[in-house]
Design a binder for this molecule. Structure first.
Ligand SMILES: *[C@@H]1O[C@H](CO)[C@@H](O)[C@H](O)[C@H]1NC(C)=O
Ligand SMILES: *[C@@H]1O[C@H](CO)[C@@H](O)[C@H](O)[C@H]1NC(C)=O
Ligand SMILES: *[C@@H]1O[C@H](CO)[C@@H](O)[C@H](O)[C@H]1NC(C)=O
Length: 373
């Protein structure tokens, strides 16, 4: 087993099988050597604080690689010094484990002030803490993503990826710091993960299939969201998404599906299950919004073409910060089909919340009663 101690981007040492450090290579070169090895490798970042410029490592590699991060790795504070939309990127590889008690610190405070993304759809994207693209059969466990400049984690084109005991931490007012964004991936599990951030805790883009989100704590943040969807013509369907045993605390939204009106996308979103979820003082606990149109960047002239079906909303309890606890506003072009709601018990100031539903077939008969808008 190879063993590398990464000291910093300039000075670095590697250790041998006995843990003895020898002069060596930085993370990038350690990866190159580990990747070429025909037996399993481990790259170790020991306790300590390190500065790291952007790193982009890729496979294919010959054998599994574990990167154990026990130290705090800091990104350049100046967004211009990260140089692109990702800070630490791993791609085109299988069997990688990211582990350890360490921290990826994006040092985002300066970037959040420059970031115009909450006002402008075509804003400049800043360095994301961790980008996993086309990564298979891999695990991220234990480490913390802190103060990312933009999304903390972006998952694209992955197969069989598990986050377990992962942590995301950033202030509630940090713009566009989605916790984990997942797109075009099959079999992604986010388990036992604590997310406090300034945007969606978890957001699922098009092409997500077999995604399980379990025992996730979210807050502050904007909740757990499917979408937004429909903006682009070439999107892929969303199928088999389960969110269970999660707690949302003081978030702006709880569980949400959002699609754009008047846009070309026409995929299906099907087999979605939200079950056993606790809300604590959540502003909009349960939402389907098929007229999602932030910052007035679209018109509502034509309905959304995204077809939502087979949605189970079951055992959702706790408190809402507004009196409207449930808002299921489906597209009048393609009504939602087969939405099942049971055991929703949400209170606003001690009284049951009110609900709003539209364009659901067949209409929902079970409690809480829906007043059709
Ligand atoms: C990941 O899995 C996909 C689908 O099975 C496959 O096409 C791709 O080559 C795999 N990538 C790697 C790096 O193993
Ligand atoms: C998924 O990835 C994990 C971790 O590498 C591995 O143990 C497991 O066998 C993989 N599952 C499949 C179906 O390949
Ligand atoms: C929800 O909780 C109930 C009661 O603890 C349990 O029986 C059920 O399996 C849970 N559902 C999911 C999807 O985890």
């Amino acid at each position: 087993m190879l063993c590398y101690v990464f000291v910093n981007a300039i000075n670095r040492k590697a250790c041998n099988e006995n843990g003895v450090t020898v002069p060596g290579l930085a993370l990038t070169s350690a990866w190159a050597e580990a990747c070429a090895s025909s037996s399993a490798s481990k790259i170790w970042v020991p306790a300590g604080t390190y500065q790291m410029t952007a790193v982009d490592v890729r496979g294919p590699c010959k054998a599994p690689i574990e990167i154990q991060i026990d130290g705090t790795i800091k990104a350049p504070a100046n967004p211009g010094d990260v140089g692109s939309t990702r800070w630490f990127k791993i791609s085109y590889v299988s069997s990688v484990t990211l582990s350890g008690s360490g921290v990826l610190d994006g040092q985002g405070a300066a970037a959040w002030k420059q970031n115009q993304c909450s006002k402008n759809f075509n804003c400049k994207l800043l360095g994301m803490n961790l980008v996993l693209s086309y990564v298979n059969n891999s695990i991220i466990k234990g480490i913390t993503s802190k103060d990312s400049k933009h999304f903390h984690v972006n998952v694209l084109g992955c197969n069989n990826l598990t986050f377990d005991g992962f942590k995301v931490s950033a202030p509630g007012n940090s713009a566009n710091t989605d916790g984990i964004h997942i797109g075009r991936s099959d079999v992604v599990n986010v388990l036992n993960t604590n997310i406090a951030t300034g945007d969606d805790c978890i957001s699922l883009g098009d092409g997500c299939t077999h995604v399980t989100i379990q025992n996730v704590q979210c807050g502050p943040g904007h909740g757990i969201s499917i979408g937004s969807l429909g903006k682009y013509k070439e999107e892929e369907p969303v199928d088999r998404i389960t969110v269970m045993g999660c707690t949302l605390k003081g978030t702006t939204n709880g569980i949400r599906i959002k699609t754009w009106p008047n846009e070309p996308g026409q995929i299906t979103v099907t087999n979605v299950r939200f079950e056993n979820i606790t809300m604590e003082n959540v502003q909009n606990p349960i939402i389907i919004d098929q007229e999602y149109c932030p910052w007035n960047q679209c018109t509502k002239q034509n309905p959304s073409k995204i077809r939502i079906s087979d949605v189970i909303i079951k055992n959702i309890r706790g408190t809402s910060a507004t009196k409207e606890g449930l808002s299921l506003m489906c597209s009048h072009g393609v009504p939602c089909q087969n939405v099942q709601i049971s055991d929703v018990d949400l209170k606003f100031k001690g009284a049951p919340v009110i609900s709003k539903c539209d364009n659901i077939k067949p209409s929902i008969s079970k409690a809480p009663a829906c007043t059709y808008a």
